[in-house]
Design a protein around this ligand. Structure first.
Ligand code: SF4
Length: 416
């Protein structure tokens, strides 16, 4: 895949929640303040025309459009009706996937009915049991949003809502978290590792111990969760685990965090600016900003942006350690934003490097051990050993990152 196939539309630049870990409002970037509050229909019209040109020229047959924010439910219902009509009538010979990611607090029957009518898949962000969710996902007055979100999730079942998105929180036990998600009765969810980088680590991560042999807090949490999930005969889909399993089995898959595919994701801001995926903003103020705007540029212009170049190719533009790591095809060097440090830019393995080695080794060994002996014997496979892989990446590198790629990765350093 060499094209951008997923466009995240920031239809509202403000939010009715004030989540403490939010990359837009509480981590390193305040540029949303200069954005209009809402995307205009004029911008949708121009974007649809340019997207049609892009799809025809690049022979794209599939496009995903994700309505996002801020909180996308601050946009009006009439705007959604108009936008879907504009996309489907302007962009020819393309299969669409319309999706929306909401904080859930305003999702009532009227919204669900509209999204069902417009064929927009709804996802809701939730952070586990009430006491934890309410610590992070709060209204501007500091009050937690759990009650509203659980009601929205419950209501969503009758409309086929099947996607909950959660950020891993080490303060919640995996068992408590898994049970909470199971209790919702929703058949699918995904988990994300927290945003953060070497100079702005997620809460609870100890800077001195990061990527040392015996410090793998996220792997330990995720392995416990994987075991609960695997042993549950009525388990929901957990996309993160599913993708790792598919990659271990050799499938061509992946996303911004995993695998070796290109990151064909772009963000359209409320004012029409076209940029890199917005969670990169947690690196530093303004890192994603450029002068590319849909009102004055073609979508192809984004491929000329130097941050987009690194982001799009991020699973192939990696640090030396990744090139010498035996789980590189699965980890892909991790999410670009998690590789950042002020002194080396993106020329680092992810802050979750050792966690990924431990988790992937565990899942790989679990798959191998579940195979019948004769099948295992016929495969050219051996069990993965966490310590050995860590040794491997810490030895003198055999394969080195190409000089031009290294310069691109380092060029985002704040000290060069
Ligand atoms: S586990 Fe570490 S070294 Fe291996 S590919 Fe991932 S980030 Fe790179």
């Amino acid at each position: 895949m060499e094209n951008i196939i997923s466009f995240v539309l920031k239809v509202a630049s403000r939010c009715n929640l004030n989540c403490s870990y939010c990359y837009m409002y509480n981590l390193g970037d305040k540029t949303y303040l200069s954005q209009p509050k809402f995307m205009s229909i004029e911008t949708i019209i121009v974007f649809a025309e340019k997207l049609n040109d892009y799809c025809q020229k690049n022979n794209s047959k599939f496009v995903q459009i994700v309505f996002h924010g801020g909180e996308p439910l601050l946009w009006s219902k009439d705007h959604y009706r108009q936008a879907i009509q504009i996309f489907t009538s302007t962009i020819k010979n393309v299969k669409f996937d319309f999706a929306l990611q909401s904080n859930g607090v305003s999702l009532d029957d009227e919204w669900y009915t509209l999204f069902q009518e417009l064929n927009i898949r709804v996802g809701i962000s939730m952070d586990g049991p009430k006491k934890h969710h309410d610590r992070y996902r709060v209204f501007h007055n500091g009050k937690g949003s759990y009650e509203q979100v659980i009601k929205a999730i419950d209501r969503g079942k009758q409309y086929g809502m099947n996607n909950i998105l959660s950020v891993v929180n080490l303060d919640i036990s995996p068992a408590e978290f898994y049970q909470e998600v199971k209790n919702t009765g929703i058949p699918g969810f995904n988990i994300l590792l927290p945003d953060g980088h070497y100079d702005n680590l997620p809460e609870n991560v100890e800077k001195q111990r990061i990527n040392t042999l015996h410090y793998t807090p996220y792997a330990d949490w995720l392995i416990e969760m994987f075991e609960l999930w695997k042993n549950d005969s009525d388990r929901p889909v957990i996309r993160f685990f599913q993708t790792i399993i598919e990659l271990i089995m050799g499938e061509q898959t992946g996303d911004q965090m995993l695998g070796r595919l290109k990151n064909g994701v772009a963000v359209l801001e409320t004012n029409g600016n076209l940029e890199v995926s917005d969670s990169i903003r947690a690196c530093y103020e303004g890192i994603t900003r450029n002068d590319i705007n849909i009102h004055t540029h073609a979508i192809e212009a984004l491929h000329e942006d130097r941050l987009f170049d690194v982001f799009f190719n991020s699973h192939n533009m990696v640090n030396d350690k990744c090139l010498n790591c035996s789980i590189y095809d699965i980890c892909g060097g991790g999410f670009l934003g998690n590789r950042y440090s002020n002194d080396k830019g993106f020329d680092n393995p992810t802050i979750y490097c050792h966690d990924m080695i431990k988790l992937v080794s565990h899942i790989q060994n679990d798959i191998i051990n579940s195979l019948p002996e004769e099948v295992y014997a016929s495969l050219d496979a051996s069990e993965a050993n966490y310590e050995e892989i860590v040794d491997e990446i810490n030895e003198e590198v055999v394969v080195k990152t190409d000089g031009e790629i290294r310069n691109k990765l380092k060029s985002f350093s704040l000290v060069c």
